[in-house]
Design a protein around this ligand. Structure first.
Ligand SMILES: [Ca+2]
Ligand SMILES: [Ca+2]
Length: 199
């Protein structure tokens, strides 16, 4: 009886320690886009270029401002930007800073390290109009590493230009174990523990 109690307590302690280590290792990082991989169009190669979305925000007012990307057409087209990030992560969210014609994102794909695109969100972009707005989307953490984002834009969202100042990716540097994985791991530890006590 006493041994059984001790065994269970020992196993629980080990499992708690394991969970703690896993959570501690899985640090959430957020990063700004670091490179332009591809784009449908850009207003020019300097002002309103695709490269204007790189790095931290630098468009601090709402309006037609050259430090944001604008496609070559203000209406009637479907556009996209594919952006790279310095550190590949198990991604769980993105933030797109809209600074003109807000409400234009139609779909977000993540680009994995084997260059395969996966759609993680599509729907209605509910960004507030008239102010720089951080459109934030979250999804279930990917079980593969993500190195880029493809953002789909409809220029028919508003009668004005549609413009993006900056894009952020969030995710974990290590894969967070799923509950089933943890349960199997716990069973393994209990098995090991009971074998040790039987000797
Ligand atoms: Ca438009
Ligand atoms: Ca910018």
């Amino acid at each position: 009886m006493k041994l059984k109690f001790f065994r269970t307590a020992f196993a629980s302690l080990l499992l708690s320690a394991t969970c703690f280590v896993n959570v501690a290792n899985a640090s959430l990082i957020t990063q700004w886009a670091d490179s332009v991989i591809d784009y449908s169009s850009e207003w020019s190669s300097t002002e309103w270029s695709a490269a204007q979305v790189l790095g931290a925000p630098d468009t601090f007012s709402y309006g037609d401002i050259a430090t944001s990307w604008a496609p070559s057409s203000s209406d009637g087209t479907m556009e996209y930007l594919t952006l790279g990030f310095n550190t590949a992560v198990y991604a769980n969210g993105a933030m797109i800073r809209e600074t003109m014609g807000n409400g234009f994102v139609t779909q977000i794909d993540v680009l994995d390290t084997l260059d395969v695109l996966h759609t993680v969100w599509s729907g209605t972009d509910t960004s507030l109009a008239g102010v720089p707005f951080n459109f934030t989307v979250n999804w279930t953490q990917t079980n593969y590493l993500v190195k880029g984002l493809k953002i789909h834009v409809s220029t028919d969202a508003t009668a004005s230009w549609e413009e993006i100042d900056a894009v952020q990716l969030s995710g974990y540097t290590t894969s967070v174990p799923e509950p089933t994985t943890l349960a199997i791991f716990a069973l393994g530890i209990m098995g090991l523990a009971s074998r040790r006590f039987k000797k």
